[in-house]
Design a protein around this ligand. Sequence first.
Ligand code: SF4
Length: 232
Amino acid sequence: MLKRSGPYAGLEQAPLIAALHRDFGNRLTLVSSFGAEAAVLLHMAASVHRSIPVIFVDTGKHFWQTRYYRAKLIDLLGLTDVRVVAANPRRLAVADPAGTLSATNSDACCNLRKVEPLERALTGFGAVLSGRKRHHGAGRETLSPVSIDHAGRIKAEPLASFPAGDVARYFERHKLPQHPLVGHGFRSIGCMDCTARGGTAADPRAGRWAATDKFECGIHLGPDGRFVRTGA
Ligand code: SF4
């Protein structure tokens, strides 16, 4: 675990979520893709409070199985405030009229469909939960459980040090359903255009933007591509 100081020092998983909920109340939110491992963080957050707002960024490019799984987890976990946000339709019509931007400029597509809508949705929130983990690699190896993002919000990663094997154990222990595509060989699940079967225990995100050098959509970075400081 990375050494931290401040009010959240030493906290991870549900205790970190509980401390943030105590301090931020309804200004705490969770951003979820309802992907392969999403149920772990959603379950932990629901165990703290089922009304913690959950933001799902609908790119219009998700697998139907993800929408099905979202509905299933909402029902199972009793989530009471899931907010679906999407790109501005006028921006979409101008910037990607044919819906093919992902093939020609995936950074612009992610910015349009994910980064911009999420940034709007986060207005007013003081703390954000995300489910990233160090074992996913691709630049996440040194992930801090708590950072300050580009907008001055607390950015919390309660599962930062969660070992790969613990994800499966958590699903088992809490009898959580798998995303339907996991059984078809998908280890990490995003948009249809940019997600392929595959991935390994060592590199579970290998099926995302496969055969390109892209490995993040940009929602975890500020406009300048960096967080401003860590260790809150
Ligand atoms: S993951 Fe692909 S389809 Fe989805 S927003 Fe990014 S580039 Fe577009």
